[in-house]
Design a protein around this ligand. Structure first.
Ligand code: ME8
Length: 657
């Protein structure tokens, strides 16, 4: 049986969980659920890192003993994860006796092998980081993380012969290109390794710090917190003899952010090598979530507490946002506005609408029962089916290589294609003619099948929504019972099975910009319970999802149907025999040919390199025999015509809202 083992960092208990911790732990959960879906036997570990100076200082500030302090904050982490639908198999604490025992065992083993020695070290020490710094690591004489000058400190201590493993580690990284992913982080570690590697101080004298694991070979010292913490990845699964260790260590994958790349990319592999333990399979490294104020971390304030957000916007929506928004490996910006935008566009408008339209029509035309494929599928049905197969393939290929956002984009392409399919096929017209019943059956069955596959594919990301969708499609399965191949096979819905119309999956959030700091006052995030499916009330008169009122005003839904994008003009040329038209090639993330009536006011040469705003979902039209796939926005000013442009350059394809 295939196996999968994923770990998160064990988080310091010097402050409460925030969105950065939540992201890593949710990603681990997504990876774990994905492998379960593939039928792997999986193990998912998280926990808390509880020793060291930082914890002592935090406990002192709170006026309690370190252990009592650690108990409290550790419990907070432990209780947070289930509230975010995270299902870890084990929660380790570095104060667990079993962990302490394994750390001492490894220390003794490495000591006996002659890889630890005693020496005096004088250097510059940052209390925040709990480590000595070399001069060249400092920025303007200060610790780059804490922006404070380090203090001089001389100390007799134990050292791990890390330098000895430098060449071995370089060779290992060069011959295992996937050991650290994405590649930029492997390169970063290789760059560290171009400089001479120093030995690692792995002890602290008890008189200075007694909140640590005693060295087994000298009771006057405790273990340096990183030498203690990293070992959690093996102590938690019963190193050296445990069954879990034997089963799962050979497939271990770690997940961290870039802040702790050095301990994981250098200390940990060399420690393992010295202890005669095989290396982990992958170290997966992601970027930082930032707010407008900068990186979110406990020492910098400005944190977003996940539990304040998730209940306001919905747990699954929050998970979706984090995974969709961040390109794994790069930094991403967190804003409440961006979260609301994704909820309204991707979840309420796209997925929510597809699901309610499909179920509402199944209810109306087939008495809430799954119809058979009444007629042979036509070209459009096959195209949609192909899109679904393609999404399944991309999902399967992208997640193991950390392309979470790409997997989601592929799923949402299916959702978009299915919504367009409804608009195009117009089932309400088929329903008018009894002779077209077989065709209507096939159309609705096709749509139900798409919804089912989408429900399965989103299960690692949005487990509750997945279960809810499947239930309403007549499938009573827990996410852990789903299997990718079997449950995404086309046509597997039970004919005649009862489906349930029910409430909308994702209520639209009406106003953005609420204050995250005051979760209690977020009533503004009210749901629009009356969110309408695009399919109209009557089969004969399907209304679009947004409508005009009697005063000519449109509602927001109608506006949102216009896909406005920023495009970059790559090429421009005059259309022969026309004094008004220019043919443009516009980059909106993909290339678009657009014919625009702006030749009288704009020369092709002036247009190239300009950013413009365009309607990207306009039906194609032919102008002077040339296809145009969109419309550029401009304002008439007397005889002049001015293009509408963004205030500053933005990435081509940026969606306007
Ligand atoms: O470093 N964006 O614990 P820690 C994304 N105890 N992820 C973030 C983040 C941000 N702004 N801020 C934190 C420690 N994280 C050690 C680890 S492991 C043997 C010992 C996440 O509480 C991210 O996973 O400071 C990062 O690596 C981790 O929290 C650091 O957590």
């Amino acid at each position: 049986m295939n196996r999968f083992y994923i770990t998160t960092p064990i988080y310091y208990v010097n402050a409460e969980p925030h969105i950065g911790h939540a992201y890593t732990t949710i990603v681990a959960d997504v990876m774990n659920r994905f492998h379960e879906l593939l039928g792997f036997k999986t193990f998912f570990l998280t926990g808390t890192d509880e020793h060291g100076d930082k914890i002592v200082q935090a406990a002192q500030a709170a006026g309690v003993e370190p252990k009592a302090y650690a108990d409290k904050i550790s419990a907070l982490f432990r209780q947070t994860w289930p509230k975010l639908s995270i299902e870890n198999d084990k929660f380790i604490r570095t104060t667990d006796l079993e962990h302490v025992r394994v750390v001492q065992y490894v220390l003794q083993k490495v000591f006996d092998a002659g890889e630890i020695y005693f020496d005096t070290y004088k250097g510059l020490y940052c209390v925040g980081c709990e480590r000595f710094y070399t001069e060249r690591e400092l920025v303007d004489g200060k610790c780059p993380d804490h922006d404070k000058p380090p203090v001089e400190r001389a100390e007799a201590n134990y050292f791990f012969r890390m330098s000895k493993y430098q060449n071995w580690l370089i060779a290992h990284m060069e011959s295992n290109p996937e050991c650290i992913r994405p590649e930029r982080y492997r390169n970063e570690v290789l760059a560290f390794l171009r400089e001479p590697l120093e030995d690692l101080c792995i002890s602290r004298p008890v008189e200075r710090l007694n909140w640590g694991i005693p060295l087994p070979f000298d009771e006057n010292y405790v273990t340096y917190v990183w030498f203690d913490a990293l070992i959690n990845y093996i102590s938690a699964i019963g190193y050296p003899d445990g069954q879990l260790y034997k089963e799962f260590w050979p497939v271990a994958q770690h997940l961290i952010a870039k802040d702790i790349l050095k301990p994981h990319g250098i200390y940990w592999p060399t420690m393992l090598k010295a202890a005669g333990i095989p290396l982990f399979q992958h170290l997966n490294v992601h970027g930082y979530w930032k707010t407008d104020e900068g990186k979110m971390s406990k020492s910098h304030g400005a944190v977003v507490r996940p539990l304040d957000l998730a209940p306001v916007y919905g747990l699954d929506a929050f998970r979706y946002f984090l995974l969709r928004e961040m390109v794994f490996g790069l930094d991403a910006k967190f804003s409440e506005e961006a979260l609301v935008q994704r909820i309204n566009a991707d979840l309420a408008n796209d997925l929510g609408n597809l699901f309610s339209r499909t179920l509402a029509m199944t209810a109306r035309y087939f008495d809430e029962k799954v119809p058979p494929f009444g007629s042979q599928p036509d070209g459009m049905d096959r195209e949609l089916h192909d899109k679904v197969d393609d999404a399944v393939r991309q999902f399967r290929d992208e997640i193991p290589r950390l392309g979470f956002h790409k997997a989601l984009v592929a799923i949402w392409e299916c959702v978009g294609a299915a919504n367009k399919y409804i608009d195009y096929v117009a089932p309400w017209n088929l329903a008018k003619d009894a002779a077209l019943l077989p065709r209507l059956q096939t159309v609705m069955r096709t749509l139900l099948e798409v919804n089912k596959v989408v429900a399965v594919l989103i299960s690692p990301f949005m487990p509750s929504t997945s279960v809810k969708m499947l239930e309403r499609l007549g499938i009573a399965k827990k996410t852990s019972d789903l299997r990718l191949a079997e449950d995404t096979s086309w046509g597997a819905l039970q004919e005649g099975a009862k489906v349930l119309k029910g409430e909308s999956l994702f209520p639209r959030v009406e106003t953005a910009g609420k204050k995250l700091e005051k979760p209690g006052k977020q009533g503004a995030a009210k749901a629009d319970k009356g969110q309408k499916p695009r399919e109209g009330k009557k089969a004969e008169a399907p209304a679009p999802s947004g409508v005009t009122d009697s005063g000519g005003l449109i509602d927001i839904d109608l506006f949102r149907q216009v896909d406005l994008r920023v495009g970059l003009i790559r090429q421009a040329e005059k259309v022969p025999h026309s004094d008004k038209l220019v043919k443009l090639m516009v980059d909106i993330g993909e290339e678009r040919q657009i014919v625009a009536g702006i030749a009288k006011t704009h020369s092709p040469a002036d247009l190239v390199g300009k950013q413009v705003v365009l309607v990207a979902n306009l039906k194609p039209a032919k102008l002077m025999g040339i296809e145009s796939h969109g419309m550029i926005l401009a304002v008439r000013d007397g005889l002049d015509l001015k293009l509408v442009v963004p205030e500053a350059n933005v990435s081509p394809g940026g969606k306007i809202s």
